[in-house]
Design a protein around this ligand. Structure first.
Ligand code: 5AD
Ligand code: SF4
Length: 453
């Protein structure tokens, strides 16, 4: 067996793609965790912000010496930066072997074979959307042994003015519902308990394809698969969040009470300049609708600070929106100009230092709100799906609440994959601490204090 090192940057789509790449190559390659041990290095890249793109260039620079030491090493770049820059990569990194866009993943085994025969660099970044079907036989692969992603659609037609995704991932295309159902069935049969359906904008699922169900209908079908304990989806665009989908939160038992609903900004002027097609008021209405259908729903969001033309007053509207909504978690970013997008050409760019200050302000406020939100669980029992050993403390297990909060507690490894009741004792900044409930489900006494291993 040859050895594969794969590094993944960016969103869950890339994580899903990397797992497909590993599967596709698994007849000939086994995974290693150090680039120096590899015969094949793949960087699955992200173009969403400049920083992510730079990381790729700096890593490639560092791999030059590995290539010198081992000329038969194959160096490949995939993902969104590969799609965007294509052949340009070879000018800057002549020792690079393969550049492949996200739609060319299925070609990878063939590309590697061609390269092994004739060592001439190869670039494919001009293909139409193509869904890689996970291996139909044997065990399918997830994020871990408990949770898996399943892509339902690719691409994006929204063209938010800051965003490069529509340029690198192409137009929206949905996967046939039968393929999605089959994939979920296979994953569940191989022991997966929780599925997250993925798409850049899942609310647009099936809108372009004839005879496809709506996303809400698809969700209902998937939820019926026997053995599926938990179902999630991401990402929703507020402009397309339908009443049908909101209703799903009260109709589908195994649909987790969590929605990631990127708001991006609190000012209507900025939302308009971003081409988001909703107002602050509309967003707040959606939040209120969601909370009336599912009172304890956990809400998370994405935010951009320092979008071109964002004044101090505009920014303060983002802060007041955070106060108003009280998100469980936010992912906040400084605006990063991306080549080819409309916003990058806008004249009223916000200085870097100002963006930095605004980001710090947003994060400081959210730290307070996030902790308040987590504190509501202290003294209560919650159902936790155990997904593995805690990263920060190998003596503890970790899992997720239905609302997707991280929960750490002491327990034995045989609990991985099980849904158990945890009594929450403490809220940390980004996670909860608790202990396993006794059989009566009352006192939160320890029934298990055995430390792993
Ligand atoms: N600069 C900063 N953040 C961005 N995002 C997308 N494009 C940019 C950009 N140019 C953020 C948005 C999106 C998340 C995935 O990344 O908030 O929801
Ligand atoms: Fe980018 Fe907007 Fe599409 Fe999301 S909806 S991927 S932010 S263009």
């Amino acid at each position: 067996m040859k050895r594969l090192y794969i590094a993944t940057f960016g969103c869950q789509m890339n994580e899903y793609d990397s797992i497909r790449i590993e599967e596709l190559l698994s007849d000939n390659y086994k995974k290693v965790f150090e680039p120096k041990d590899a015969d094949l290095i793949i960087l699955n890249t992200c173009a969403i912000r400049e920083k992510a793109e730079h990381k790729v260039y700096s890593l490639l620079g560092r791999f030059k010496h590995l290539k010198k030491k081992n000329p038969s090493l194959i160096l490949a770049v995939g993902g969104c930066v590969a799609q965007q820059r294509g052949e340009e990569f070879f000018e800057r990194f002549p020792y690079l072997d393969i550049v492949f866009g996200p739609h060319a993943i299925f070609k990878l085994p063939e590309l590697i074979k061609t390269l092994e025969i004739n060592r001439k660099h190869l670039c494919i970044n001009n293909l139409e959307p193509h869904f890689v079907i996970p291996r139909a036989r044997g065990q399918l692969w997830g994020i871990d042994s408990v949770r898996a992603y399943v892509t339902v659609m690719q691409g994006c037609d929204n063209f938010c003015t800051y965003c490069i995704v529509p340029y690198v991932r192409g137009r929206e295309a949905s996967r046939p519902p039968g393929d999605i159902i089959d994939e979920v069935r296979l994953l569940v049969a191989s022991g997966i308990k929780e599925i997250t359906l993925l798409g850049q904008n899942v609310n647009s699922y099936g809108k372009k394809e004839q005879g496809f169900p709506s996303f809400a209908q698809l969700l209902k079908e998937v939820s019926k698969i026997k053995g599926l304990k938990r179902l999630r989806f991401t990402t929703s665009h507020p402009k397309d969040l339908s009443p049908d989908l909101i209703e799903c939160f009260s109709q589908i038992d195994n649909l987790c009470p969590h929605i990631h609903l990127p708001v991006q900004a609190g000012s209507n002027k900025v939302l308009r300049a971003m081409n988001r097609h909703y107002t602050r008021e509309k967003y707040l209405e959606l939040v209120s609708d969601l909370r009336s259908v599912c009172p304890d729903i956990s809400l998370t969001t994405d935010l951009i600070v320092g979008f071109p033309g964002e004044t101090q007053e505009d920014f303060e509207q983002t802060l007041s929106l955070l106060e108003e909504v009280k998100f469980d978690q936010i992912f906040a970013f400084k605006y990063s100009p991306r080549p080819g997008t409309k916003a990058a050409k806008m004249s009223n760019q916000v200085p870097e230092l100002e963006k930095k200050k605004r980001l710090a302000k947003v994060l400081e406020l959210q730290d307070k709100i996030g902790l308040q939100r987590l504190s509501r669980f202290v003294g209560k029992n919650i159902k936790v799906l155990v997904d593995g050993v805690s990263k920060s403390n190998p003596k503890q297990l970790c899992g997720r609440s239905p609302g997707n909060h991280v929960v750490n507690f002491v327990g034995t490894k045989d609990l991985i994959g099980k849904e158990i009741d945890i009594y929450i004792e403490h809220a940390c900044q980004h996670s909860l601490k608790g202990r396993i409930l006794d059989k009566k489900g009352t006192g939160g006494e320890f029934i298990q204090e055995v430390v792993n291993g």
